[in-house]
Design a protein around this ligand. Sequence first.
Ligand SMILES: *Cc1c(COP(=O)(O)O)cnc(C)c1O
Length: 396
Amino acid sequence: MHKAGRHFLQIPGPTNVPDDVLRAIDHPTMDHRSPEFGALGQKAIAGMKTVFKTKADVVIYPASGTGAWEAALVNTLSPGERVLMCETGHFAWLWQRLATRLGLEPEIIETDWRTGADVAAIAERLERDTDHEIRAVCVVHNETSTGCTSEIAKVRQALDAAGHPALLMVDVISSLASIDYRHDEWGVDVTVGGSQKGLMLPPGLSFNAISAKALEASNFAKLQRSFWAWDEMLNANKTGFFPYTPATNMLYGLVTAVERLHEEGLDQVFARHQRHAEATRRAVRAWGLEVLCRTPEHYSGALTAVVMPDGHSADALRKVVHERLNMSLGNGLGRLADRVFRIGHLGDFNDLMLAGTLSGVEIGLKLAGVPHFAGGVQAALDYLGEAAGKAVADAA
Ligand SMILES: *Cc1c(COP(=O)(O)O)cnc(C)c1O
């Protein structure tokens, strides 16, 4: 049945795609062996390097983020090798399971799923690993199941302080182009990205940014790989081509999305996400509810996970919001199922969209009979108004 007005897609990915990015994708299918394609491929790769903040190699897979997770591991590691993985939430857990299935030996540093990676525990483990059995350290930058970020620069410092040669691998699938990230400056060896979150594209593309050290490791890595192999991809990429059929139309969208990010300015994009995250947390507290992330230094700019009061179902709330208000909110994943709901405030998003989103949550809390105080939306509006007023004053 037709529902008037736009659907509010406020899950933390896939996110809203700007109309001009959709228009760019809506283009006749092209010959992916033609000279025109080579130029497009080169432009797309060069654009992604600016988003990863790297001068190193970036490859683009026609795959969801999970594919790029697998690519990072199979290109650099050998069967039975030990990898140190930080279980910050459900996505980190999925990456561990993938590593196990590939025949790696993940060693897990747990958290309570309410904070970022435990850097002190990582440092301690690396110091003890004097034989350098750990071949890689894997961290999810923005844990999309919890709304907690991890401090990647500090993980790098822990590796350096221990003089440990392990590769550093980071999942930025939900932080790329929404939370500040620096592949080169932070000394990351493989960064894993995806298209459908901060990058404002539909699902379907994923990325590896690859340091020289990771590329060197790929010469000795013994895990089986074919589709994901970096060497054939990088060889074809020199002239902008791919070893197999790329997602041509998505690449038009990618070039446009990267242009839009730079028009706004990456720093402004990150500040916008932080502003929306802060406004959202103020709304949550005014409702008398709890933000899942318990350590402010790990608050995510991309999404906020909200804890339901005991005895109340997050999925019942999401259902009523979907049916009555035409808005999608994120569900609780893994051990957080039905215990939290997640508000995505990333990608192509502005103050008024946030105001609408939070209004939908406040109405939904009422409809679902969840105990709360009124005034969450007002608290967010007050903050957004202050921030806008400050921007006007600064510009004058
Ligand atoms: C969405 C997401 C993934 C999974 O990506 P898919 O595109 O669904 O394969 C992995 N890690 C994080 C942090 C994510 O947010």
